[in-house]
Design a protein around this ligand. Structure first.
Ligand code: G3H
Ligand code: 13P
Ligand code: ZN
Length: 309
């Protein structure tokens, strides 16, 4: 099976009130861990590549690794650009064979966001590629951009409906209180579900996307800290909130930080517990296994995308 777009996957997810996991990938072990879990749980996947990942691994390596994942698994896999910040990077990825791109022009004015998104949609659709855009701004750190809480803004429901209608975009990332990274809330976690419901009602049968959706499970933070890290007070989105979001039109849930924590904890543990080992296959292999178990947990207990095939 070749790479797929997310159109069919989102139709089924919307209908079935579950979500497809969009996992950030940066190297072979991460891709293999994710794909092994999805294979065993019979789940489709969105593998997403950020500008930082392209810089780290070089675009051609990631593309070839994802092609290997498709060949090895025979799963429906979407290759998606995460947070493309210009028409040019979206065009490059579309020309490179990505089946989905995100144009994130959320830092521009509403009108400019519409204009840039529309340009990407026209180019992408002519090549059979789907487009995600973002309206509203999440707080947190992505690449070199750090959006403070004061600069973050929730998505306006009426604007969201107008945006979708004017751009022809295929899915929309919304801001309802999540943020990127391991520090999402000061105090109690809280998402604006009333806003989500309003957006969903104004744009029926349309897939919404939740960024910044890692849960930051305490056991992984504790494990990192136990083996020499120092990440106090990390806090993510509770799993029941993610499940509730997928009942309300959220079809794509983005997860990166949880993979980073799982892999880092496992590698730290492996190195500390095997002081005489200097074969990278041992600790990278342990990191890969941790990714697999984290993704399995997400697919089965949070996303509900298992037994899809
Ligand atoms: O939302 C951003 C993702 O966590 C990717 O992070 O840009 O550091 O690769 P990155
Ligand atoms: P997390 O930092 O919560 O994993 O979010 C990842 C993300 O939104 C990637 O686009
Ligand atoms: Zn994101």
């Amino acid at each position: 099976m070749p790479l797929v777009t997310s159109t069919e996957l989102f139709n089924k997810a919307y209908e079935g009130k579950f979500a497809i996991g969009a996992f950030n990938v940066n190297n072979m072990e991460i891709i293999q861990g994710i794909v092994d879990a999805a294979k065993e749980e019979k789940s489709p996947l969105i593998l997403q590549v950020s500008a930082g990942a392209r810089k780290y691994a070089s675009p051609v390596y990631l593309k070839k690794l994802v092609e290997a994942a498709v060949e090895d698994s025979n799963l429906p896999i979407v290759l998606h650009l995460d947070h493309g910040d210009s028409f040019e990077i979206c065009k490059q990825c579309i020309d490179d064979g990505f089946t989905s791109v995100m144009i994130d022009a959320s830092h521009h004015s509403f009108e400019e966001n519409i204009a840039i998104t529309k340009k990407v949609v026209e180019y992408a659709h002519a090549k059979g590629v789907v487009v995600e855009a973002e309206l509203g701004r999440l707080a947190g750190v992505e690449d070199d951009v750090n959006v403070s809480e004061e600069d973050a803004s929730y998505t306006n429901p009426e604007q969201a409906a107008e945006f979708v209608q004017k751009t022809g975009v295929d899915s929309l990332a919304i801001a309802i209180g999540t943020s990127h990274g391991a520090y999402k809330f000061k105090g109690e976690p809280k998402l604006d579900f009333a806003r989500l419901e309003k957006i969903s009602n104004l744009i029926p049968n349309f897939p919404l996307v939740l960024h910044g959706a890692s849960t930051v499970l305490p056991e992984f933070v504790d494990l990192c800290n136990k083996y020499g890290a120092d990440i106090p007070g990390a806090q993510g989105v509770p799993e029941d909130m993610l499940k509730k979001a997928s009942q309300l039109g959220v079809c794509k849930i983005n997860i990166d930080t949880d993979l980073r924590l799982a892999m880092t904890a496992a590698i730290r543990k492996s190195i500390v517990e095997n002081p005489n080992n200097f074969d990278p296959r041992k600790y990278l292999g342990d990191g890969r296994t941790a990714i697999k178990e984290m993704v399995r947990h997400k697919i089965v207990n949070v996303l509900g995308s298992n037994n899809f095939l």
